[in-house]
Design a protein around this ligand. Structure first.
Ligand SMILES: Nc1ncnc2c1ncn2[C@@H]1O[C@H](COP(=O)(O)OP(=O)(O)OP(=O)(O)O)[C@@H](O)[C@H]1O
Length: 383
């Protein structure tokens, strides 16, 4: 009887996932012991990676709930312990799998689609769109990572609810492995998470090129993302050092250009795409943001004019690179802005909002495009 109840508890624990690694705690070696006595009282001993790990409460609560739900269990208790250094080392090796020795997770052979989101000007809603697309892709069942490489305006932690009252959630460090916080299903890392105790609302990052390059390199090497379907990068606006570093580090990345409907902004948006092309990246489309604001009477006010997105797409399309599509036009929307301000992206909080619905549609279109093979070795040798 107790044997079968213990097996039932273990089976229930298979459903408890580590919120940072998104794999079952049973598979990660985090369950030390399961006992069920003759009265059906279950005691589950679990091991956390480090004392006070940010995910501790959630793992403990989910473990308790799973144990209580198992057939043959009348009540349950969870005993929490901490891994010894040797256990933690084994844990890190288990998580990394055979990738431990690789210098970079997203090299040319990686199966992950890497999409860098760029814009010519600042303030066009690039970060809001990147975060919205990431959450929408995760909602569609994909495994998604997001690197906020916008050093001067890192806003992703705030938009995704990882930054509250000046405190930004920190990644967990396990030896030399960095586990990114997960927000709304998206593994997220931002320069804003590496400022120590500094308040990101009042802290400016003024790093020179080499430091920025090393930071992006470290994100791609030491931050453990696991097997991702898509990695999105929120680049700073313009054509600066980071865009060039990303081009060098991720030549197989695809590029999404964000612009406003303002035709006068087209030149600078086109330039940011051309820099990406120079490093071998492929532009997969243009997204127009801040398009017409729908009034209560149904009329539309084109606050930023119209036609900018189409113009940028046309200017990037040519015989050599093929047609660059305008993937969508996201209207101005108070709900979309408020969602970002609250840390609850509108694609989750108000998916019926026209801007949120358009972002969800664009995410589907991106998935529908499939993965580009540009810059990849196909492993076929010419005869
Ligand atoms: N479609 C939209 N409707 C209403 N507000 C929007 C929309 N898109 C973005 N915003 C708002 O515009 C502001 C700028 O957006 P965001 O920070 O995403 O821009 P950005 O291009 O990433 O800027 P930067 O790169 O300069 O940091 C934010 O307050 C955001 O909430």
């Amino acid at each position: 009887m107790t044997g079968s109840a213990e097996a039932a508890v273990r089976a229930a624990l298979d459903r408890v996932r580590d919120p940072e690694i998104l794999r079952p705690i049973t598979e990660l070696g985090m369950v030390r012991d399961v006992r069920v006595d003759a009265e059906g009282r279950a005691t589950v001993s679990i091991l956390l990676t480090i004392a006070g790990c940010p995910a501790a409460r959630r793992i403990e609560a989910d473990t308790l709930e799973a144990a209580q739900s198992a057939p043959g269990v009348s009540s349950a208790e969870v005993v929490v312990g901490v891994m010894s250094p040797a256990e933690r080392k084994a844990f890190v090796e288990r998580v990394r799998g055979d990738r431990g020795a690789r210098p970079q997770q997203f090299g040319p052979d990686s199966l992950t689609r890497v999409i860098a989101v760029t814009s010519g000007k600042g303030g066009v809603g690039k970060s809001s769109l990147t975060a919205g697309l990431a959450v929408a892709l995760a909602q569609q069942g994909l495994s998604v990572g997001l690197v906020d490489a916008d050093v001067f305006g890192f806003s992703i932690p705030g938009i995704l609810g990882l930054s509250r009252e000046g405190r930004t959630e920190q990644p967990t460090r396990l030896d030399d492995m960095i586990l990114p916080p997960v927000a709304h299903g998206v593994k997220t890392v931002s320069i804003g998470m590496f400022l120590g105790d500094a308040d990101p609302r009042t802290t400016a990052v003024s790093w020179r090129g080499p430091m920025l390059h090393r930071t992006i390199e470290q994100f791609l090497r030491d931050v453990w993302f696991g097997d991702l379907d898509v990695l999105l990068l929120d680049l700073p606006p313009g054509t600066g050092d980071i865009a060039i570093s990303v081009g060098q580090l991720l030549p197989q990345a695809e590029v999404l250009v964000v612009t406003t409907p303002q035709e006068a902004a087209a030149d600078v948006a086109v330039r940011s795409a051309l820099v990406a092309r120079q490093t071998g990246q492929r532009v997969i489309g243009v997204v127009e943001n801040m398009a017409g604001l729908v009034q209560p009477d149904g009329s539309v006010v084109d606050v930023f004019g119209s036609g900018g997105g189409r113009l940028v797409a046309q200017r990037l399309s040519d015989d050599e690179h093929g047609e660059v599509p305008l993937l969508g036009s996201v209207p101005l929307s108070p709900a979309f802005r408020e969602g970002g301000d609250r840390g609850e992206p509108a694609v989750l909080a108000t998916p019926e909002d026209p801007a949120a619905a358009e972002v969800i549609r664009i995410a589907r279109a991106i998935v529908g495009q499939g993965r580009s093979l540009a810059g990849r070795s196909l492993g076929i040798a010419p005869r």
